[in-house]
Write a protein that binds this ligand. Structure first.
Ligand code: CLR
Length: 409
């Protein structure tokens, strides 16, 4: 963990501590599932071919197509390489900070490889928290809308806050299954040099399952990702190349970091599944490694990464602190993780029916649904609508004051 140097950093550090963010996380992290993966091997095309033109929310698939994570936890997977943000904050040169912020934005795609499975669709009001005392950050996400499905998330650490909306538009085209993220992601960075907090924004690229018809499905991520430092006007467009039909450009990503005066300062290149390099523009300098993907464990159930395996762990001490809306307490997902697939299917129907009943009740009473931990606001810099954290979750949690959340499972 990088040492704190500025007032802003120490202020945030104090908040994390004062609000007891790490209470319950004393048991350490789980790095494996006990399960060995014995899901039935079914042809994806066999079941999907009747669903061309549909989006993911309209597909009813057997639970064996699921993995034992939820979409809320998939957002939390963005946290695997947050050390890049801590590093970004240490550089005096804003262009170099952007190199590391860009690498962070690209790093989340490494975990998508070999994960051809549907994460559980979060229930309305479902929440998920994940804090790491060893890395000094906390993460929180709430499902704020069901139709369309939207998750609002915020991660906080002394040197940065990362927040945004997880919402996707998906469509099955036959050849490919495309998932297009819609929301903007925000990063407030508190650099070691200078007192100003900087704002960065970007949008995620399209994820796509290709090779469905040929029987060798794989996840590709492609498109342009423009990352802007609104404070200094530095920017970079990362170009994620589509795999191509001979896979010759698989995983390739590259971009140029341009400063506020329009001068190219660094180039970034490499592969989003393995390693990214940076190079100082113009000079004969050597390229340097910005980021390397963590090794993928062999024979992990659902092909989860080591990081992903930690997400749904029902750590004993933690259970005392969680609200009843936390994903870790969701019975269908728990069954899935323990390899009880039939139970998972039964429990999934139950919680979904409960969700429908709650909606009917709201409709009958003419009540509008209001998320508990986020409200919609207008961002002062981008002018876009975004989800503002009401800052009450961790404080209430520390005071064991999370009893009045709905019973959704
Ligand atoms: C990609 C990174 C984004 C968040 C995000 C949202 C939706 C995820 C996607 C990521 C990865 C691919 C994904 C998708 C939902 C469904 C899709 C998991 C994590 C899978 C591969 C589709 C499986 C198809 C079934 C028919 C089996 O920040």
């Amino acid at each position: 963990v990088h040492p704190l140097v500025t007032l802003l950093q120490r202020e945030k550090s104090l908040i994390l501590e004062k609000e007891g963010s790490f209470l319950g996380y004393e048991d350490g992290i789980r790095t494996r599932l006990s399960l060995s993966d014995d899901r039935p091997k079914i042809s994806l095309w066999g079941i999907l071919k009747s669903m061309i033109g549909k989006d993911m929310t309209k597909m009813t698939l057997p639970v064996s197509f699921n993995e034992c994570t939820s979409l809320l936890q998939r957002v939390a997977e963005d946290m695997e390489y947050v050390d890049l943000l801590d590093s970004a904050a240490t550089f005096e040169d804003s262009a170099l900070r952007l190199v590391y912020v860009a690498a962070f934005a690209a790093s989340e795609y490494a975990s998508t490889i070999d994960r051809i499975a549907k994460p559980f669709n979060p229930l309305l009001g479902e929440t998920y928290e994940y804090a790491r005392p060893d890395r000094n950050y906390r993460f929180f996400v709430e499902q704020v809308s069901h139709h369309p499905p939207i998750g609002a998330a915020i991660a906080e650490s002394p040197k940065w806050d990362y927040f945004g909306e997880s919402a996707v538009k998906s469509k099955f085209y036959g050849r490919s299954f495309d998932i297009k993220p819609l929301g903007t992601w925000y990063l407030n960075l508190r650099p070691d040099h200078g007192i100003k907090e900087e704002l960065y924004t970007w949008k995620k690229v399209t994820s796509s399952v290709v090779g469905i018809i040929t029987g060798s499905p794989t996840v590709d991520n492609y498109g342009e990702m423009k990352i802007v430092n609104h404070t200094t006007k530095d920017s970079v467009v990362l170009n994620f190349k589509p795999r191509g039909w001979r896979s010759n450009s698989a995983y390739e990503v590259k971009g140029e970091v341009v400063d506020g005066k329009g001068v190219v300062r660094y180039t970034i290149g490499g592969h989003w599944n393995s390693v990214l390099y940076g190079k100082h523009a113009g000079s004969g300098k050597e390229k340097f490694v910005i980021w390397r993907a963590n090794p993928r464990p062999k024979d992990m159930a659902f092909n989860l990464t080591t990081f992903a395996a930690s997400l749904n762990a029902p750590q004993k001490k933690l259970l005392d602190w969680l609200p009843q809306t936390d994903t870790r307490l969701r019975p269908d997902q728990r069954a899935m993780e323990e390899g009880r697939y039939d139970d998972a299917s039964v429990e999934k129907n139950k919680v979904e029916e409960k969700q429908r009943a709650a909606r009917r009740k709201r409709e009958a009473a003419n009540q509008e649904y209001k998320p508990k931990w986020f409200t919609l606001g207008t961002h002062p810099v981008t002018g876009e609508q975004y989800w503002v954290f009401n800052n009450k979750y961790w404080y209430n949690r520390a005071h064991h004051n999370l009893k009045d959340v709905p019973n959704i499972f």
